[in-house]
Design a protein around this ligand. Structure first.
Ligand SMILES: C[S@@+](CC[C@H](N)C(=O)[O-])C[C@H]1O[C@@H](n2cnc3c(N)ncnc32)[C@H](O)[C@@H]1O
Length: 342
């Protein structure tokens, strides 16, 4: 792996791969080996798996995410094919590029640290967070992944694989790990079912010209408090922002406002998303990079978040010649934002 990413304030040229603890081949191989063991049955029929991956790929290419995530076989194929590279990239982001995450995980060992992974059912970020928390010997960490797709089965396999792989479940009997350690949970929900509590004017971006304002949409008021935003220390939205905006811009803006209104000061919000034109969003006749819209919504005009990590193009390259994994591993290029609630 040859990281080309840049922590704030440092030139990418001043660093080499050995500067990054969480991008070393040893730790990366341990993540991949854990995945292989967790999903061993899935790799056992390479031909069927290859066909399923092709089908998922076609749906992803067409941006038909509902179809890509519609069956358990598709979800398993996605997890082994794409969550592998994602887990490696996110471990690098969380462990090397965002020191605030390490600080939260290691501070106050006796207090609960609650982490919410929006769109995290596929498990890449959960595996990365669990690996990091384990490496840091963090205690009292609750990781909750929420996702609109039915990742339950995949998540249970991954969670059990993490417990076994990281030695939390010595008996291999699936018992809950000790309270003072690390909990991994999944809830299936549409995060955009956020309560409809804003005026229409508040769910515009502020970037619209006259006549560009989005049509008001009906909100589902049944969003219950399955997620207690006031208790959260870290929120991640990784490769999910574009999907949320594509589903509904007003509801995504409402979600961001809801998070802002309900999180406590100090909460970290990490957003990673594809860099480049794929992440451009059309507002009226103009297009804006989605990170620009996020900065505008969360930070500009005294909007109660400060930006603490900021990179518009992180290159993450995997070294396929060194790492052993039966499926292709992806290079990734993404933008990175970390905000802290003031
Ligand atoms: C491109 S995948 C990214 C998965 C994972 N975060 C990663 O980086 O590998 C986007 C995820 O967001 C989920 N998602 C999309 N819309 C959602 C919504 N409205 N509420 C919750 N999850 C959603 C999808 O089901 C999918 O698992």
């Amino acid at each position: 792996m040859t990281p080309k990413s840049r922590p704030p304030g440092q030139s990418s040229r001043s660093l080499n791969a050995s500067s990054y603890k969480y991008a070393s081949p040893v730790i990366q191989q341990s993540v991949l080996s854990l995945l292989r063991r967790a999903f061993s049955a899935v790799y056992s029929d390479p031909e069927t798996l290859a066909n399923t991956i092709q089908a998922v790929k076609a749906h992803l290419y067409a941006r038909d995410y509902a179809a890509a995530f519609e069956s358990c076989d598709y979800l398993l194929a996605y997890a082994v094919r794409w969550s592998s590279s994602r887990a490696l990239a996110y471990l690098h982001v969380l462990g090397d590029l965002c020191p605030h995450i390490r600080q939260v995980l290691t501070s106050t060992p006796n207090e609960k640290k609650n982490i919410l992974c929006i769109g995290g059912g596929a498990g890449g970020e959960v595996l990365a967070l669990a690996t990091l928390a384990n490496d840091l010997r963090a205690k009292n960490v609750n990781i909750l992944a929420v996702d609109i797709a039915h990742w339950d089965d995949v998540f249970v396999r991954l969670r059990d694989g993490i417990r076994r792989g990281l030695g939390w479940d010595k008996n291999g009997d699936g018992d809950d790990i000790a309270n003072d350690s690390i909990q991994l949970k999944f809830t299936q929900m549409d995060i955009l079912d956020v309560p409809c509590y804003l005026e229409e004017a508040d769910v515009t971006t502020g970037l619209e010209s006259a006549g560009d304002a989005p049509e008001p949409e009906g909100c589902n008021d049944s969003f219950n408090d399955r997620v207690d935003f006031s208790s959260l220390d870290i929120i991640t939205i990784l490769f999910t922002t574009n999907e949320l905006f594509a589903q509904s811009r007003p509801r995504t803006l409402t979600l961001l406002r809801y998070i802002t209104d309900n999180c406590k000061p100090g909460t970290l919000l990490l957003v990673v998303e594809s860099a480049g034109s794929y992440s451009h969003i059309q507002i009226g006749s103009k297009t804006f990079p989605v990170q620009f819209l996020l900065d505008h919504t969360l930070v500009d005009g005294g909007a109660r978040w400060e930006k603490v990590v900021d990179d518009d193009a992180v290159w993450f390259r995997v070294d396929g010649a060194v790492l052993k994994y039966p499926l292709q591993l992806e290079n990734m290029r993404f933008f990175l934002r970390m905000y802290r609630r003031m």
